[in-house]
Design a protein. Structure first.
Length: 220
């Protein structure tokens, strides 16, 4: 009868250990404690199978190694983030070119719109939108060759009225002589005035807007 009681305790311990292991929340100290208790109270007439015992140890070893890898990965990511912040901070005061579609209009000043044409275009159009998403200006530039291009916007709307300073969004469209769409890439150019840390990459403050470090193409 006493043996039966011990067997029951062993079964309970085994069940508890399996449940904890299944949820992958058992730490090293708890696992060893459960395993020692399981061995201590196992039924001598029905001891734990060697294969099962080896399997439990292997599972724990694998889990323990994964925890170790995660710790090292977290440490690596922390160091990597610190290095990126340091590199980004070194860009303050420097002029950059980055992928983007915004420009900042200063008071009584023009704003330069930069873009690249994938091939020669017979017609290039620039649409400019204010912060509310309302189109304030459309510029038809005619034909342009492939490569880097720029346009100096005078800060006025379609009626010739000077617009308020602020950040504006641009959209550049182009077609070739066969009226096929020409691929256009737009860019932000400006001086880096600050750095903030985003979810993945540091963000640079350029012309009053945030630009991801990952989008920087050129530094001068």
């Amino acid at each position: 009868m006493e043996t039966s009681g011990v067997s029951s305790s062993s079964s309970a311990s085994t069940s508890s250990g399996s449940s904890a292991s299944g949820s992958q929340l058992v730490d090293e100290e708890m696992f060893l404690k459960l395993l020692t208790t399981q061995l201590q109270y196992q039924d001598p007439f029905n001891p734990m199978d060697n294969a099962e015992f080896t399997s439990q140890l292997a599972q724990f070893s694998s889990l323990d190694q994964l925890y170790g890898v995660n710790d090292k990965l977290d440490s690596f990511l922390t160091n990597q983030s610190a290095a990126e912040m340091s590199n980004a901070a070194g860009l303050i005061g420097k002029e950059i070119k980055a992928s983007g579609n915004t420009i900042e209009l200063s008071e009584n000043a023009s704003a330069t719109i930069s873009y690249d044409l994938a091939s020669d275009a017979s017609g290039v159009t620039i649409d400019i939108y204010n912060s509310s998403g309302t189109k304030v200006r459309t510029v038809n530039l005619g034909s342009e060759t492939s490569g880097s291009q720029s346009y100096a916007w005078d800060g006025k709307d379609d009626n010739g009225n000077a617009l308020d300073p602020g950040v504006y969004t641009i959209a550049v469209g182009a077609t070739d002589i066969n009226n096929n769409t020409v691929s256009v890439s737009t860019y932000i150019r400006g001086t880096v005035t600050g750095v903030t840390f985003g979810d993945t990459y540091p963000n640079l403050t350029v012309n009053g807007t945030e630009v991801s470090l990952a989008n920087v193409i050129e530094v001068s």
